[in-house]
Design a protein around this ligand. Structure first.
Ligand SMILES: [Zn+2]
Length: 467
């Protein structure tokens, strides 16, 4: 097979050891970013210890909208080298002194640019992995240190070639649309390599929260004036930083991260709502959950160089204060709505240093829908009807807050300015809930709309009188 980029052949290699290992990997990453391919390739083959050999014990594939991630579980940290080849497109990863113990044939390749993944032995001891590709890709290969659930992993990311030249700029409020939608970024926690918490019967947090998030998206999409966007749409990992960036790029009015975590005691139960803390955590549970959530990047797979910087920097930003006030009052309304659907773990919005919530300009909340570690709650959380109820409670809280304080330039703000406030009835709405949302009586809504009974129907438009 052809070699390129001046790879040095036949260098005796071995496993990297501790500090030297990470320093070398950092240096390799840096040099690759800097375009020093020859030096980086040589460094990644530096002998730093005795050759122990590694077994590739398992392989998994996760397809995201813009890239494909293939993860190899390895028994030891191993040196690797890579090369891209054209005509036909191939990407080759050589793992030094390694053996394949996993089945490459059963990977779900459909919808990915990988036509085939095959393996071979190079120079008698190295494992060669060849990705036969149907299109050009941008590649990134890195090693992840062990987490609670996994050992060392070699991660191969294949990024799709972007066809459109520039991402479409988000239209500013002033420029075109005077009645823009309120954008809600809905973030199903975890995904891909990071399953989140586990419940009885193999129930995974990443699965449950995606289902709840989809229901919330569907409900919000039916309400004129709201535009929900899912931050994660399938089973793949998104870094905590990218989740925040997505919300900021969307110029979201709210970022809401959906979770269903576990606790040491199986008896722990109930829903709770969290905002970022400028100081310490408001409870030990909040601290515990923040620590767990912040470790997600390590489990989900983020290169060391892309790891989230420390929390402190952003918190110094004074603009955070206003955003945080909004988060807290919005969170309180959501909590009010969840009360009655689920038991509450905490009666008020708790705070801790959740990395995913630290956007300085987007109000951000993390909703703990329940403890998946509690068998009873896990049962409910996996039930479509209960997921719908939870989504409805969250939706009502969001709707209620924005109806009272619509951001300037939005359809809701415009409706308010017109004097009358119009509501289009969505699935699950009730007259009493709408009355509460706008701070008016049921009787006044009925009188204003000529209703003789309490019956309303989906799609019906009601004009809400001024309270
Ligand atoms: Zn979680």
């Amino acid at each position: 097979m052809a070699r390129s980029r001046g790879f040095k052949q036949g260098v005796k290699t071995g496993t990297f050891q501790c500090g030297a290992k990470w320093m070398s990997l950092y240096l390799v990453r840096f040099l690759r970013h800097a375009g020093c391919w020859v030096m980086a390739s040589w460094l990644s083959l530096l002998p730093t210890g005795p050759a122990l050999g590694a077994d590739v014990e398992a392989v998994r594939l996760w397809r995201a909208p813009d890239h494909t991630r293939v993860v190899f579980d390895v028994s030891e940290v191993t040196a690797f080298s890579t090369v891209s080849l054209e005509n036909p497109e191939r990407f080759v990863v050589d793992l030094t002194d390694s053996r394949l113990r996993a089945d490459l044939a059963s990977l779900p390749l459909e919808g990915t640019p990988i036509r085939q993944l095959r393996s071979g032995v190079r120079e008698g001891v190295d494992l060669r992995l060849v990705f036969d590709l149907s299109q050009k890709v941008r590649t990134s290969v890195f090693i992840l240190p062990p987490s609670d659930a996994t050992g060392h992993r070699v991660v191969v990311d294949l990024f799709d070639e972007v066809t459109s030249s520039e991402p479409r700029p988000v239209l500013s409020v002033e420029s075109l649309d005077e009645r823009r939608d309120i954008v809600i970024a809905i973030d199903p926690g975890h995904g891909g390599e990071d399953p989140g918490a586990s419940g009885p019967g193999g129930l995974r947090e990443k699965t449950v929260v995606l289902q709840i998030a989809r229901r919330l998206e569907a409900q919000l999409a039916k309400i004129p004036g709201f535009k929900p966007v899912l931050v994660r749409t399938g089973d793949y990992y998104v870094s905590l930083k990218n989740r925040r960036d997505r919300a900021r790029n969307l110029e979201a009015d709210l970022f809401v991260s959906i979770h269903a975590d576990a606790f040491r005691e199986k008896s722990a139960y109930g829903a709770s709502v969290y905002a970022l803390s400028m100081r310490g955590a408001t409870s030990t549970t909040a601290q515990y959950l923040a620590d767990t959530e912040n470790a997600a990047d390590l489990v989900g797979g983020v290169e060391l160089s892309d790891m989230d910087p420390m929390l402190a920097g952003v918190l110094a930003d004074l603009s955070m204060t206003g955003t945080l006030d909004t988060s807290l009052s919005l969170g309180a309304l959501i909590l009010e709505q969840i009360d009655g659907v689920a038991k509450l773990h905490k009666k008020k919005v708790e705070q801790a240093g959740f990395a995913v919530l630290k956007s300085p300009d987007v109000p951000s909340l993390l909703i703990e829908t329940g403890f998946i570690s509690n068998p009873g709650e896990a049962d409910r959380l996996s039930t479509p009807a209960y997921q719908d109820k939870l989504a409805r409670a969250i939706r009502r809280g969001i709707q209620s807050w924005f109806a009272r304080q619509p951001p300037p330039g939005t359809l809701l703000a415009w409706q308010r300015e017109q004097g009358g406030r119009e509501v289009t009835i969505a699935s699950g709405d009730t007259l009493s809930e709408i009355a509460e949302r706008f701070g008016v009586s049921v009787a006044s809504i009925k009188a204003n709309n000529g209703l003789s009974r309490d019956v309303i129907y989906i799609g019906q438009t009601l004009v809400i009188p001024e309270g």
